[in-house]
Write a protein that binds this ligand. Sequence first.
Ligand SMILES: *Cc1c(COP(=O)(O)O)cnc(C)c1O
Length: 392
Amino acid sequence: MHPSYTSFLCPHCRLPLSVELTFHRNVDWEAIPGSPGVWRYRSLIPVPDKAEIISLNEGGTPLIRSRKVGDDLGMKELLIKFEGLNPTGSFKDRGMTVGVTLARYLGFKGIMVASTGNTSASAAAYAARASMKCVVVLPKGKVARGKLSQAILHGAVIIEVEGSFDDALKAVINASLESRELYPLNSFNPWRLEGQKTIAYEIYDQLGRVPDAVVVPVGNAGNISAIWKGFKELKEGGVIDALPRMYGVQAEGAAPLAKAWSAGESTLTPVESPETIATAIRIGKPINWVKALKAVKESGGAIVAVSDNEILNAQSALARFEGLGVEPASAAPLAGLRELLKSREIDRDEVTVIIATGHALKDPETAASHESPIFSAKSPSEAVEIIRGLVS
Ligand SMILES: *Cc1c(COP(=O)(O)O)cnc(C)c1O
């Protein structure tokens, strides 16, 4: 067994390790073969050649040009990378296909994850695909219904733990130190991020250039780090010259990184009881916090916090002005973008991509909490009556 596939945390500082690619010569981007998706970039994803790829055709999600929201903000070019169209409805599939491929190759019996919801949905599906066992640890009562339903449907063993995601993650880290039966696939496992970095590759492929700014919701902070890594690799491989600025958006009730950033601190003060309607980013102690601060600092970006109300308004705007149904965490980047335009961090002329990380159906309760005119009719003729009233 190759040791680097099973060491995750630095033995000294306990922070997650990174995978580093070395480019001895330029990458011939034009020669990258195949149809859109994560595995199109296999030559840049360091899994062993002999590994059988466990895939559900993840990635290849659309980069959608805003028709109205961008105009309303006075922006020249706003684009939305709709990661909700992945096989299980979130970007987590990009990392899970790599993680489960490795777990199977390494001979593990199964996988385990802590999750605010989407990681468990994705892990359960990919484990099923690989005929492997899947154990998920969830914060009790805090997982959106769509996500929990997926974990159940795909047959995962579910452990609901009192506390927050951070407690669930602690359980998985400790269990992974004790036992080698189950491969841990949270984002402290740097191999998962090797799949997620393909978001950057795809944005470049679809846009034909590097955007000026990329805005990402931040929970455990793996994704923003992964996307930054992807762009940096394109530069190191001689494919691009410029890099985007990376912006992270947290929810006010779970914003340890935004606080550290605005205070100019390079330490993290965890939030003990994180709270927000955006359950996917309801995390008080982001394990990848050092990587995320580095991404934002190196790229010249920032991390901001937005309120739940601003998140709900952004969710509504994407749904009603663009036709895009995203879960609350995925609307946070648009809410953050409003702030970043106001503070002139991002200019209205700059090509900006927001990452819509997950689908609206993940959290049906919040989707249905928005106001809409609903009438009741006791009969078809009463319904006709109401329709007449609406069009007259
Ligand atoms: C996991 C997740 C996030 C947060 O990503 P991190 O890598 O934990 O920062 C944001 N939105 C959605 C929908 C997610 O599932």
